[in-house]
Design a protein around this ligand. Structure first.
Ligand code: PRP
Ligand code: URA
Length: 209
């Protein structure tokens, strides 16, 4: 699929299988999500631009590679996005963070916004939106709409699971935003859940069901 990268690294797939298992505890689910997020972060940042700077090693002067441009922004779609965010910040501790509060209305499946806070200079930064689930894509589209309204022009979307229907809708709404996911599952069920899926990501992370 154009603009979609499936991260099929064996460690990602192994951990994802444990997360899908309904017998996996809340504590293990959270730990696995954090571990997987390190591996996904590695992929989503693979093509960051590099420049060089002059450093002195103990032996000589060299022009050494370093990331170009302003610090990244990780934009977490609350609540479940925070499960990916924590691991990504372990890998890129200097990243800036945006929080986008959205929940899915259970009946309409529309995304309802309740919070937004982001760095003021989004136009100068790569923004990586993180949310474990891309189901109908209502939440992802709303999150990226909002970031673009606030100036973001260089955006990527990172999730753990995606439904084919969600990918279709998201890439139509935001064709300029590459999607990274660990799996494209079979479909959405009649309640808008990804199947086979892993259930409600927020509830499984925080033990709220
Ligand atoms: C989940 C998930 C996404 C959204 C995906 O959040 O984390 O944000 O659903 O569904 P969609 O693609 O159909 O919009 P939820 O609304 O359950 O909120 P939560 O993270 O607070 O549990
Ligand atoms: N949100 C979730 O947490 N899980 C799904 O399967 C769909 C939306």
């Amino acid at each position: 699929m154009n603009g979609v990268t499936v991260v099929d690294h064996p460690l990602v797939q192994h951990k994802l299988t444990i997360m899908r298992d309904k017998e996996t505890s809340t504590a293990s689910f959270r730990r696995l999500l954090r571990e997987i997020s390190l591996l996904l972060c590695y992929e989503v940042t693979r093509e960051l631009d590099l420049t060089t700077r002059t450093i002195e090693t103990p032996l000589m002067t060299m022009e050494a590679p370093t990331l170009e441009g302003k610090k990244l922004v990780f934009a977490s779609v609350l609540r479940a996005g925070n499960g990916l965010l924590d691991g990504m910040l372990d890998l890129v501790p200097a990243a800036r963070v945006a929080h986008i509060g959205l929940y899915r209305d259970h009946d309409t499946l529309e995304a309802v916004e309740y919070f937004f806070k982001a760095p003021g200079d989004l136009e100068d930064r790569l923004v990586i939106v993180v949310d474990p689930m891309l189901a109908t894509a209502n939440s992802a589209i709303a999150a990226v709409d909002k970031l673009k309204q606030r100036g973001a022009t260089n955006v990527r979307f990172l999730c753990l699971l995606a439904a084919p229907e969600g990918i279709e809708r998201f890439t139509s709404a935001h064709p300029d935003v590459p999607v990274f996911t660990a799996s494209i599952d079979e479909k959405l069920n009649e309640k808008g859940y990804i199947v086979p899926g892993l259930g409600d990501a927020g509830d499984r992370m925080y033990g709220t069901k």
